[in-house]
Design a protein around this ligand. Structure first.
Ligand code: NAG
Ligand code: NAG
Ligand code: NAG
Ligand code: NAG
Ligand code: NAG
Ligand code: NAG
Ligand code: NAG
Ligand code: NAG
Length: 411
């Protein structure tokens, strides 16, 4: 609805702005990744960095997180130059960003306890990595403080970053077993759009994705053993879910991997929407659980484990085929995973949620930079050609509303 109103308005104003907004699809959160540290959900993408404070929120109730708990960190200063909040590396209470300049590697780290940046820390580079193109995500092992980055070309080694000793190294092994199984016929063989999940035994499972332009079947998983630096292909048992991209996978402490969402081809939700891989048995076994209160098939979302819940946010609701309804999500949902066979979804945080909002909400938008209720946003959008910018500004300044969280005022 919002997108439609916006589009109509923009067409009547200028085509250039129209194109800009349409290309962003009216989404506030694109490729946003969530990381859980302490009791906060940190969310990062190219231009935004904020957290949703879950302190005092009981996930076991239906309590929704208020908008005053969305705290922006984008403009905390002093801040590293030209930092996009991409490819975060969680490490203890820090979120690190590894960067390269003229063959040297350095780290910018955000200390979530002090709410301060540590800028340009030196990284000891054991073996000069051949290539540094972080298209994929770092997978972090909280136990060892090591993070792993696999590149999409199958002849490349794994970057291994020891976040405690600040040492960057590369693996000895390459996934040769995989490139042999999926020969490329002379072209560069690339495996892309998979998700990776680290499980307690030190294996990184690669789930789904595309190789040589075909969706990789889910009953055959590429595995990197981080302890022994070995690549394997593991066959699974049970009824494997449909092959997919743009999904997520998380690992529970009791030996399950939860795979959610994704598409089998463009705009076609992969089935089932929710699948469980039982990694407590060998070979690993796929299960299709009972899902209560399903939220639809999401793609391009982010998922993270918090206690007995998988929290998923943003992305696109691929189940929604109504062009009048905006299927891009700005909200957080939680999945109760306590019961291994039965999973239940509920809403956790709505982008515009105000539990005590007065009925006359019009002033909320023009007023003090709070997250506006959606009705207000529609009318405000219709009167504004810069919805994206306005929203970002709101996001950037939202912390001013909260007296207990005024860190960016201190800058
Ligand atoms: C989550 O699931 C467990 C086990 O089924 C149940 O005891 C608990 O009440 C559920 N929590 C919520 C918020 O529904
Ligand atoms: C770096 O990785 C190589 C394997 O590629 C390994 O033999 C070596 O011990 C590692 N060095 C450090 C300092 O971790
Ligand atoms: C996995 O399955 C493939 C056939 O899909 C088979 O060729 C291969 O031998 C199996 N691997 C193992 C370790 O059983
Ligand atoms: C996603 O779309 C489907 C189909 O319109 C709908 O039933 C479901 O409630 C939507 N999910 C959310 C979270 O809005
Ligand atoms: C996973 O496998 C283990 C070992 O066989 C079993 O005890 C457990 O119940 C299985 N989990 C599910 C969800 O089926
Ligand atoms: C917004 O807050 C500032 C102080 O932070 C105050 O001076 C101003 O009057 C407020 N504006 C509105 C519209 O509430
Ligand atoms: C634009 O704002 C004016 C008041 O500022 C209001 O009367 C009008 O209805 C708004 N337009 C739309 C399309 O909401
Ligand atoms: C907010 O920041 C100001 C300026 O640094 C400081 O004096 C004040 O104590 C802070 N308030 C709270 C509630 O943290």
């Amino acid at each position: 609805m919002r997108c439609l109103l916006l589009s109509k308005l923009i067409i009547s104003i200028t085509l250039i702005i129209f194109n800009q907004i349409i290309s962003s699809n009216c989404a506030l959160f694109i490729d946003t990744k969530a990381i859980f540290i302490g009791d906060k959900l940190y969310c990062l993408d190219l231009t935004q960095f904020f957290y949703v404070d879950l302190a005092g929120i009981s996930l076991d109730t239906d309590e929704l997180v208020k908008q005053s708990k969305w705290i922006d960190l984008t403009n905390i200063k002093p801040k590293p130059d030209n930092l996009g909040f991409r490819n975060p590396i969680p490490s203890g209470n820090k979120i690190m960003f590894l960067d390269e300049f003229a063959g040297n590697f350095y780290v910018n780290a955000f200390d979530t306890t002090l709410k301060k940046w540590e800028i340009n820390q030196y990284v000891n580079n054991v073996q000069q990595p051949k290539l540094f193109i972080p298209f994929t995500n770092w997978i972090s092992d909280e136990k060892t403080g090591k993070s792993y980055l696999t590149q999409t070309l199958l002849n490349e080694k794994v970057l291994i970053f020891d976040t405690i000793n600040m040492v960057l190294n590369i693996s000895a092994s390459v996934p040769k077993i995989f490139s042999e199984k999926y020969p490329s016929g002379g072209f560069l063989n690339s495996y892309d759009k998979y998700v990776q999940v680290l499980i307690p035994n030190g294996q990184i499972l690669f789930i789904g994705g595309i190789i040589n332009n075909i969706n990789l079947p889910m009953d055959s998983l590429l595995v990197y053993d981080t302890i022994n630096d070995i690549w394997q292909i593991l066959n699974t048992t049970g009824k494997a879910p449909e092959a997919r991209t743009d999904h997520t996978a998380v690992s529970t402490s009791d030996g399950r991997v939860i795979v959610f969402g994704g598409v089998s081809k463009q705009s076609t939700p992969a089935l089932p929407h929710l699948s469980i891989l039982n990694i407590s048995k060998t070979p690993y076994e796929w299960l299709t659980p009972i899902v209560e209160n399903p939220i639809g098939a999401f793609s391009g979302h982010t998922s993270v484990m918090v206690n007995n819940y998988m929290i998923s946010a943003f992305g696109k609701n691929e189940s929604n085929k109504d062009p009048l309804i905006n299927s891009l999500s700005e909200d957080f949902y939680k999945l109760n995973v306590s019961d291994p066979l039965k999973y239940k979804w509920s809403l956790l945080a709505k982008y515009n949620y105000r539990d005590n909002s007065p009925k006359t909400t019009q002033t909320a938008f023009v007023g003090n930079n709070s997250f506006a209720p959606s009705e207000t946003e529609v009318s405000a959008v219709a009167n504004s050609s810069f919805n994206e910018d306005v929203s970002r500004t709101r996001l950037a300044q939202n912390n001013k509303e909260s007296s207990s969280n005024n860190e960016t005022k201190n800058i």
